[in-house]
Design a protein around this ligand. Structure first.
Ligand code: HEM
Ligand code: HEM
Ligand code: SF4
Ligand code: SF4
Length: 437
């Protein structure tokens, strides 16, 4: 028998999509039965109370969590998101309901042993409810009490060799597409660099030292499966600079209908037989492809590496061999001064261990932003305020046409004094000698 009546959220049990309500009820029941005789460290009925408070929010159309919450573990300045219910008497099981961010492995590959161990810990010391995973990438433990935080942290670090993720004005948990692990498009080892930089910048991740939050994300190619261009202050997107590798025989297999276009991604609907002119050549954004005498040709100089042709004919076309990544900076959500996507800073850089060149770029950006950034000003906003030119100066990068989509149209152009013959110091009396009032 459930602890609270939940007529509104019960409606979310129907329909084909996996129901979070059913799953929560299952966990509530499992805790009530306690077949494994777990010595629960937080209220056994916390999931019932979670369902109860959610039902109340459905009824009121308002949240029932109090504002903020500052909790954590010694040594770190982040990693735990504190939260308290604003109806603790009605729902004592969720009076404390803190969320812990646990650092996930790059690419999110797991063994069942690892996950079972995490679950055992979380059932014992937390609610048993998780988010797999938070948008930034972390494994999220949803709901525990303050006294359990150090206990869980001790167990994570000592038994599982596992750290917390980031929160607050610091480097947040980096994440990546699964990259070379399972994708033929990957232009560098996204998991390796994601893991390496996470380790390299542990201090910046655990102890907030920045004007505001800062995120890294690593995409193996411009398809951007981890959406780095939209969701990270520094976005690393794989690319190449030589020719796309063409297997002409495989091209023929596509033209002959032997291989399905886009690896069968549009098989759910009849789009007619594959037409290479219509579906590839004419859709190339730069018009740099040609198909003549059963031969596909690409003018590499004009190719922007948009991935379209490769995505359509993955068995015939592959990224080049001279691979690396582009670095884009400044992506952020709307608050305060409007949403931004990453702007191209470095068109091409090799991605090779130990990533010294890349670390130099990161650290020169941090040196600038940590000094000049205003309180709670994202990198993208600092770039707007002080200018892209300043970013180039601080990172020692030479301005190139690739830095802009289009040149400025307004003529409000700043010159440096030393670029202008004679400088800025002028005497009006000199001027008056030639120009009477
Ligand atoms: C032979 C006639 C003229 C010449 C050679 C001339 C030349 C110039 C030049 C060189 C500038 C400076 C542009 C700059 O700072 O980049 C200027 C600005 C300006 N001129 Fe003239 N001008 C002439 C006639 C006029 C007339 C008849 C008017 C108004 C009725 C006028 C109004 C202005 C104004 C308002 C500006 C300032 C624009 C701004 O700062 O955005 N000019 N002119
Ligand atoms: C009492 C009369 C006026 C006052 C108080 C006034 C004031 C101003 C001010 C404060 C500016 C901005 C200067 C800056 O941003 O550095 C300006 C710019 C300008 N004014 Fe006037 N103005 C007056 C009359 C006029 C008249 C009669 C004309 C033209 C026939 C004129 C044409 C302009 C132009 C073309 C600009 C430049 C706009 C720009 O830089 O984009 N003004 N004025
Ligand atoms: S971003 Fe590119 S390399 Fe990474 S998984 Fe997606 S398609 Fe593959
Ligand atoms: S990657 Fe894009 S720009 Fe380059 S040839 Fe293919 S379709 Fe054209």
């Amino acid at each position: 028998m459930a602890k609270h009546e939940t007529p509104l959220i019960d409606q979310l049990s129907s329909g084909p999509w996996p129901s979070f309500v059913d799953d929560l009820k299952q966990e509530a029941e499992s805790r009530a039965k306690n077949d494994k005789n777990v010595d629960f460290q937080i209220p056994q009925d916390c999931v019932d109370d979670l369902l109860g408070v959610l039902e109340l929010s459905y009824k009121h159309g308002r949240t029932h969590w109090k504002h903020g919450g500052i909790v954590g573990v010694f040594g770190y300045g982040g990693g735990v998101i504190g939260r308290y219910c604003d109806q603790p008497e009605m729902f004592p099981g969720v009076a404390h309901f803190h969320t812990m961010r646990v650092s996930q492995p790059a690419g999110k590959f797991y063994t069942t042993k690892y996950l079972k161990d995490l679950c055992d810990l979380w059932e014992f010391r937390g609610s048993g409810i998780t988010n797999m995973h938070g948008s930034t990438g972390d494994i999220i433990f949803i709901g525990t009490t303050t006294p359990q935080l150090e206990e869980i942290f001790y167990e994570l670090t000592h038994t599982f060799n596992q750290d917390l993720g980031g929160s607050g004005s610091n480097l947040r948990t980096p994440s990546d597409c699964l990259g070379q692990a399972r994708c033929e498009y990957a232009c560098y080892d996204t998991q390796a660099i994601c893991h390496e930089l996470t380790n390299e910048y542990q201090d910046e991740l655990h102890r907030p030292a920045f004007p505001y939050k800062f995120k890294f994300k690593f995409d193996g190619c411009p398809n951007c499966c981890v959406a780095s261009i939209a969701r990270s202050d520094m976005s690393f997107i794989g690319t190449w600079r030589d020719d796309i590798r063409i297997d002409q025989e495989a091209v023929q297999a596509y033209v002959g209908g032997e291989f399905p276009s886009n690896a069968g991604a549009h098989a759910g609907r009849d789009w007619g037989p594959f037409d290479i002119e219509k579906e590839v050549i004419n859709l190339c954004p730069t018009g740099c492809m040609k198909y003549e005498d059963k031969k596909l040709m690409i003018n590499t100089k004009e190719c922007t590496r948009c991935m379209h042709c490769i995505n359509v004919m993955p068995r015939a076309l592959r990224p080049g061999n001279d691979k690396g990544c582009s670095i884009l900076v400044g992506a952020k959500a709307p608050i305060l001064d409007g949403a931004q996507m990453g702007s191209l800073l470095i068109p091409f850089i090799k991605v090779e261990e130990p990533y010294d060149e890349i670390k130099e770029v990161i650290e020169s950006i941090w040196d600038w932003w940590m000094e000049e950034g205003k309180n709670r000003e994202r990198l993208g906003e600092l770039i707007k305020r002080q200018g892209f030119q300043r970013l180039l100066e601080e990172t020692g990068i030479k301005a190139v046409p690739q830095h802009v989509q289009e040149p400025r149209t307004n003529p409000y152009i700043f010159w440096k004094e030393d670029e202008v013959p004679g400088g800025w110091e002028r005497d009006v009396n000199e001027f008056r000698k030639y120009h009477l009032r």
